[in-house]
Design a protein around this ligand. Structure first.
Ligand code: ACO
Length: 336
């Protein structure tokens, strides 16, 4: 029997127009462009403004554009997975809201939460559906409105995060292109260093949780940094070894955009020059589930059929992983 692989056949991103620059942050908190740039690499991030504007707004823009770009009718979609840590509401799934907004009526849809590794975990899950042979057109959208859970008086976290997202189309491929394999890991003991304390069933919203700012991202930056820098580099090296890839074989590294220093360490460990590394953290900051697909979207026209691509991420949970895929089309031939 011919082996079915899940290949990415289109990508589309969307970021809100408002740019929150380091200069503006200097007017809000005790920080400097110099500190933010040297510690993180970030210059500006996008913020979704407006009443009742949730993550589904970002996801809907990304998915509508993807359907147009790939000339796909909404009713052709079999499955849509949304990776997010900032769903519009506890339920229903933001994936369902995006599907409804886009006219996707015949699809199974659900959300996945693996913090900053969510897109990678969702892509791997979606690939299994495609490989089963029963799902022909599957969308994975990674999107977050991080500004909804960031405390803009906490200088250690508010400079890092931004809003945005992107979506990819997955289709079956029997010519050797698409997702080859992935290494995904979880260590629940890392929860203490990075989590949102209140708002779930363990600590529902109350006056007290709001007064104590427990609905915001709680991050012990240095501890997270140490885990992230080691684990992202290790798992990226491990996926190369698993697939007998040498540095020269890798066309592109697509790393989670949490901190430029973590990205640099991962690229060094893989023996890659920075010209093979997708980096847009300076423009968007950490959009959590948006980072990986936003990179694929921005680099699409440079991607060639057959390119060996490694994606890697690290996030709260702790969760981390890497994926190896063979790109399935020439990006410069895609009509814009
Ligand atoms: N401006 C100026 N000074 C600041 C700022 C700021 N914005 N933020 C912190 N500082 C100060 C601190 O108060 C501290 O001052 P002190 O020495 O007087 O106490 C000093 O800078 C150093 O603080 P650190 O926290 O040690 O700074 P660090 O170099 O670790 O950088 C950062 C902080 C950027 C958060 C870094 O730790 C990091 O990137 N961590 C990893 C983030 C990550 O990968 N997260 C996972 C994904 S996110 C997700 O899953 C949702």
């Amino acid at each position: 029997m011919t082996k079915i692989q899940a290949a990415i056949t289109g990508v589309n991103g969307w970021v809100p127009p408002y740019r929150l620059t380091n200069a503006e942050l200097e007017t809000m908190i005790d920080t400097s462009d110099e500190w933010i740039t040297t510690r993180t690499g970030i210059k500006e991030r996008r913020i979704l403004k407006g009443e009742k504007m949730g993550t589904s707004v970002i996801g809907t823009h990304a998915v509508k554009g993807l359907l147009e770009k790939t000339k796909t009718k909404p009713e052709e979609i079999d499955l849509l997975i949304c990776a997010t840590v900032t769903p519009d509401m506890q339920y229903p799934a933001t994936a369902n809201i995006i599907s409804e907004n886009c006219g996707i009526k015949n699809a199974l849809s659900f959300d996945m939460n693996a913090a900053c590794s969510g897109f990678l975990f969702a892509l791997n899950t979606a690939a299994k559906y495609v490989e089963s042979g029963g799902y022909k057109k599957v969308i994975v959208v990674g999107a977050d409105k991080m500004s909804s859970i960031v405390d803009y008086t906490d200088r250690a976290t508010c400079v890092i995060f931004g809003d945005g997202g992107a979506a990819v189309m997955l289709e079956p491929n029997t010519e050797g292109y698409g997702i080859v394999n992935a290494l995904l890991h979880v260590d629940g003991s890392g929860m203490q260093y990075l989590h949102q304390v209140a708002g779930g069933s363990a600590m529902p919203p109350s006056h007290e949780t709001i007064d104590n700012k427990l609905h915001y991202v709680h991050q012990e930056g240095q501890s997270v940094f140490k885990f992230a820098v080691t684990n992202m580099a290790d798992v990226a090296a491990a996926i190369m070894e698993k697939n007998n890839l040498k540095s020269d074989d890798v066309a592109w590294l697509v790393p989670h955009q949490a901190n430029l220093r973590i990205i640099d360490a991962t690229a060094r460990r893989m023996g890659l020059n920075t010209d093979k590394v997708m980096i847009n953290i300076q423009r968007y900051g950490n959009t959590t589930n948006g980072t990986l697909p936003l990179c694929l979207w921005e680099w699409e026209d440079k991607l060639k059929k057959g390119d060996n691509i490694v994606l890697t991420a690290f996030g709260g949970g702790f969760t981390w992983g890497a994926m190896y895929l063979k790109w399935a089309y020439d990006g410069d031939k895609v009509a814009k």
